[in-house]
Design a protein around this ligand. Structure first.
Ligand SMILES: Cc1cc2nc3c(=O)[nH]c(=O)nc-3n(C[C@H](O)[C@H](O)[C@H](O)COP(=O)(O)OP(=O)(O)OC[C@H]3O[C@@H](n4cnc5c(N)ncnc54)[C@H](O)[C@@H]3O)c2cc1C
Length: 372
């Protein structure tokens, strides 16, 4: 059989994982990234057992987790700094990692497997016959086109696949800060979620030298979402975190959470993956995990069924339910943001004790992805 060719648009978690997986299965692969370099925003990321298994399957694991601490414990604390819930990841892995490290690891593995990554190359449309149009008007044909161009996906929209796109009530500012001497000496990572009203400070060591800080708030809360961070205001809301808040720098980036649902995940020879297909709020840290799982599984179904549109249908039928579960749980876990603190603390304590709820919350993280 002649070598099959894929054009992939977007070099994020989804596009690069697909590039590795397809190239390792003998496809010729070209990835188009509109930015002039492979840069990622968002500081840190949690990658759970499911995502780590995918990284192993595509040859990027060692480089991705190098130096990243094992994030064994997650604590939730109330406005008085009292612990209301603790979750320990036992018997499965979770790492908190600098995002750029993961992107670099995936890109390196994709290139080693033979994929070409072209930067400064934006695509503006795709056709179900398997063609993409670049911003300079050039058209490229392929056996398979992958739209991995994120939440604002132009390719998805050019195919009319969007069913629902909903900006959510909350958002987040993310940044990295250097570790102190004390923090450098600590083994592993305890993630701590501090709540005060509808605002939250998420503290996560994510490399030998850096801590990942995520500040979450309502999108309508202009003071809380200001960048550079309004330190005086955050210290008023979290007086016991004064020293930590003083360490925040002027960089940082605010993103509003979003939910995306498609009518279908494919049209003819075009598959849509990652946030372009199923953006979800980060309440269970599974946007990247689902993006990587669906990118890998796509290559597996394409191995089993040579007719591309048919393979894409089977892929969606098999894989979509788990991603939709992750989306539902993430949306539900966003509800407490707007609840009164007392009720929220009770709900978190209860949710931490309910085996059924813990199973629902961790189901995606503990899933064994297709192809691993
Ligand atoms: C606050 C926050 C915290 C999160 N925390 C976690 C977490 O802990 N764990 C987790 O698993 N997930 C997390 N997520 C979700 C995760 O970040 C996303 O699901 C993931 O980045 C999606 O990857 P992607 O490749 O689909 O899209 P993106 O990362 O958006 O990548 C898309 C790429 O396509 C490029 N592109 C866009 N348009 C074009 C075009 N027309 N032509 C060419 N290139 C184009 C972009 O430049 C970009 O490089 C979080 C999200 C947020 C907002």
């Amino acid at each position: 059989m002649t070598q099959r060719h894929a054009e992939i648009v977007g070099a994020g978690f989804a596009g690069l994982t697909a590039a590795c997986a397809l190239a390792r299965r003998g496809w010729s692969v070209r990835v188009h990234e509109r930015a002039e370099a492979l840069r990622t925003t968002g500081a840190g990321i949690y990658i759970y057992e499911n995502g780590l298994r995918v990284l192993e399957a595509v040859g990027a694991y060692e480089a991705a987790v190098k130096g990243a601490p094992f994030a064994h414990t997650r604590e939730i604390r109330d406005h008085r700094n009292r612990t209301v819930s603790t979750h320990k990841w036992q018997g499965s892995r979770v790492f908190s990692i600098v995002r750029q490290t993961v992107i670099n690891a995936l890109a390196e593995s994709a290139r080693k497997s033979g994929a070409e990554i072209v930067t400064d190359s934006a695509a503006v449309a795709a056709s179900s016959a398997g063609e993409i149009t670049l911003a300079d008007g050039k058209r490229l044909k392929a056996d398979l086109v992958i739209a991995a161009d994120g939440t604002n996906s132009r390719l998805r929209d050019s195919l009319g696949l969007l069913d629902r796109r909903k900006p959510l009530v909350d958002g987040c500012t993310r940044l990295l800060i250097p570790k102190t001497e004390d923090e450098r000496g600590q083994e592993g990572a305890t993630t701590i979620e501090y709540w005060s009203g509808s605002r939250r400070v998420l503290y996560t060591p994510c490399s030998p030298t850096e801590v990942y800080i995520a500040l979450t708030m309502l999108d309508a809360d202009d003071t809380a979402k200001a960048v550079p961070v309004d330190k005086a205001a955050w210290k008023r809301w979290f007086p016991y975190l004064e020293t930590l808040i003083d360490r925040l720098g002027d960089e940082g980036r605010y993103d509003r959470f979003e939910y995306v649902r498609l009518k279908r995940w494919s049209a003819g020879k075009v598959a849509v993956i990652g946030d372009a297909a199923h953006a979800l709020p980060p309440n269970i840290g599974q946007g990247g995990g689902c993006a990587m799982m669906n990118a890998l599984s796509l290559s597996v179904y394409l191995d089993q069924e040579k007719d591309v549109p048919k393979a894409l249908e089977v892929w969606e039928r098999q894989e979509r339910p788990l991603t939709e579960h992750a989306q539902r749980i993430s949306l539900v876990l966003g509800w407490p943001t707007t609840w009164p603190p007392f009720i929220r603390a009770k709900a978190f304590a209860l949710a931490g004790r309910s085996k059924w709820l813990v199973r629902q919350r961790t189901k995606t993280a503990l899933h064994k992805p297709t192809g691993t």
